[in-house]
Design a protein around this ligand. Sequence first.
Ligand code: UDX
Ligand code: UDX
Length: 454
Amino acid sequence: MNICCIGAGYVGGPTMAMIAKQCPDINVTVVDINEQRILAWQTNELPIYEPGLLEVVQESLGRNLFFSCDIDKAIYNADIIFVSVNTPTKTFGEGAGRASDLQYWELCARRIKKVSESDKIIVEKSTLPVRTAEAMERVLHSEDNKVHFEVLSNPEFLAEGTAVADLNNPDRVLIGGHETPSGKKALELLIQIYARWIPRDKILTSNVWSSELSKLTANAFLAQRVSSINSISALCEATGADVAEVSHAIGTDSRIGSKFLQASVGFGGSCFKKDILNLVYLCETYGLKEVAEYWQQVVEINEYQQTRFTKNIIKSMFNTIAGKKIVILGFAFKADTGDTRESPAIRICKELHAEKADLVISDPKAILNAKDDLSELSNVIYEEDPYEAAKDADAIALLTDWSTYNNLDFQKLYEIMRKPAFIFDGRNILDHKNIFNLGFEVYSVGKGRLSHLN
Ligand code: UDX
Ligand code: UDX
């Protein structure tokens, strides 16, 4: 059997590497229009940073895992085609700023139709608005041709930083298919592939529309939990409650559960905001104004939380940060990735820069992406080494939960910084009492400040 995957990004690359590892008898070819990416997947410097991924790729590379720019050939030979191209938020026309831009998806569908001479199963891996499969089927089956395309929805739930573990041992795999004989046959074939390493009871099936909507809903629910606890963090700061204690107290209720209750500078990543906006747009399209407004608020709170963090920095530093050196510790949207898409650090840095702060950006994996994201800002310094970055700095703003930041020598940092030395912990991962005792002014999310000043 031959599998082809169009789109060698954060989703396509790791997912196909796992299928190739688990199914040595299936040829898996990942194609992309970006030649550099395709080349990088075949080196020791993969185009994305993901713990444990290099080993998984190298196990199958050249055996049954191939990366190629010959998109047409891979489509032609494939029995199953996964489509994993990006579906960013539209920046133009109807639905701009909210709806998904489906132009790459449609281009893929047209290309598949043009090249194919045998029946194929098309699997939606990209996150898509509900009923996209229907539109794609129309494109694929427009005009008369003898080739049959069966479209399945198989959303990917992996999270960056833990992609390998998520793919190896997922909570569930979801496959949506049509209730027709050919739909059921295609569904069964895809189930057989996943069943090679995933227990059968974890492979869920549904109709196509439920599957498409489940992916949007899962991301909306996860993001909603982050916005919910972040909204409470503001109230904690106002009242003297401690958000970590509140999270722990409510998380021990088995009905609520403890995950995704970590207050922060806000959620980032390529999916949460895009998918919620997409959901909002869908609701509006179907005339569900109240439902749309409900979900929109999850995004609003996220932006409020980021700006609130910036305002807190300014207020704490005596209402001016002009000419003050602020070190941004962590630029990635979460730990264990170099990805900075929608990272809260982007907005916070732009806000601090607008107040004329001198910014130094430090991150173990995301410096290159940060340079791209902040290219319009002048006089920003990039320095991977936290100690070099902190020399003569007035403040440190910790924005990514890299575990290495916990092991920094804060005594040394305190000595090389200007006084009073401020730390703003946007992830609540540091030992606040300890660093306060070293002399720092300590501010965190949803907790009282620790100050020597009065
Ligand atoms: C993508 C989607 O953004 C997301 O909605 C979905 O859930 C999974 O797939 P991701 O893998 O993170 O997420 O995107 P990205 O890393 O940007 O990779 C997409 C790849 O598709 C890029 O390498 C791009 O070059 C490629 N692409 C895009 C094509 O090969 N052909 C196209 O026509 C467009
Ligand atoms: C998410 C979903 O988890 C995944 O299932 C889907 O396939 C893609 O989108 P990802 O964006 O990679 O994955 O990371 P995730 O771990 O969900 O974190 C998203 C953001 O929320 C990060 O910025 C993270 O720091 C933040 N977050 C998460 C919090 O601020 N607090 C939390 O308690 C949890």
